[in-house]
Design a protein around this ligand. Structure first.
Ligand code: ADP
Ligand code: MG
Length: 257
């Protein structure tokens, strides 16, 4: 099987500013866990949003293909492209849960757009869907909290629920944009352990942006190092030495987030 994510000559410019992404070409294979590192403003989020199909690149011939389907077509996404997007889960730095809803309902909300509109609107979910949601919560160690309001949870717990929501969507690819940037070290490790587990046990492809390089080294097989919208390193995590990092960034850690 070919790469699940194929990015070819992708560029993106916002207004008159410099390029946010310049000529990015990357392939990601099924089952990889890839860390995307770089200081604030280097283009990590922009790249991830392109892979999710939420934004379009500049019309310069480059683009993004996910699971063999082009996502960067001009105009509206085709039915097939929408279907492909439904196989991608997105995890945000700020979790994006609905505070007033229960944990279980937040996970079920992930099924909106995947069940008939009338059922989604009424919040009518089948027993099988609730069981799937509970199983996903069990997977991230949050099943005991299913009936609590989301607002009662700690940041780390909320992020675990957000991962459970993606699992309930039965996606093949997880894109996580700074999933641990707002968390204390213990919660951060817990969330990264879960992403690693999903990658290793379920074979889901994970693309995660991190500005903490040590986490990328501990958890990712492969690291992409971005600087000013360009890929300066793409290879094994173990071979991205402090000397090499220093060469690229003039530092070995980013603290500007
Ligand atoms: P990172 O996630 O690595 O911090 P971003 O992808 O958010 O970097 O940003 C890359 C560059 O693109 C930055 O210079 C940022 O200001 C710019 N940028 C990102 N999104 C927008 C936008 N919606 N409008 C204008 N500029 C943007
Ligand atoms: Mg970002």
């Amino acid at each position: 099987m070919g790469p699940v994510i194929r990015i070819h000559n992708l560029s993106k410019t916002f207004g008159k500013d410099g390029a946010a992404l310049s000529n990015i070409s990357i392939n990601v294979d099924q089952g990889e866990m890839v860390g995307l590192i770089g200081p604030s403003g280097s283009g990590k989020s922009t790249l991830l949003r392109h892979v999710s199909g939420l934004v379009k690149g500049d019309q310069t011939g480059g683009g993004v293909e996910v699971l063999g389907e082009p996502l960067q077509l001009a105009g509206k996404l085709s039915r097939r492209a929408r279907h492909t997007r439904a196989r991608i889960g997105y995890i945000f730095q700020q979790f994006n849960l609905v505070n007033r809803l229960s944990v279980l309902d937040n996970v079920l909300m992930g099924l909106l757009g995947r069940v008939p509109v009338w059922r989604g609107t009424l919040g009518l979910f089948f027993e099988q869907e609730k069981l799937l949601a509970m199983e996903s919560l069990r997977r991230v160690g949050m099943d005991d909290h299913a009936h609590k309001r989301a607002s009662c949870l700690s940041g780390g717990q909320q992020q675990r629920v957000a991962i459970a929501r993606a699992l309930t969507q039965q996606v093949d690819i997880i894109l996580a944009d700074e999933p641990i940037a707002s968390l204390d070290p213990e919660s951060a490790r817990c969330v990264m352990d879960i992403l690693e587990d999903i990658n290793q046990q379920d074979g889901k492809t994970v693309l995660v942006t991190l500005h903490q390089i040590d986490y990328a080294h501990s958890y990712c097989h492969r690291i992409l190092a971005l600087k000013q919208g360009r890929v300066h390193y793409d290879g094994a995590a173990g071979e991205l030495t402090p000397a090499l990092l220093n060469n690229i960034y003039g530092t070995t850690s980013f603290n500007n987030h």
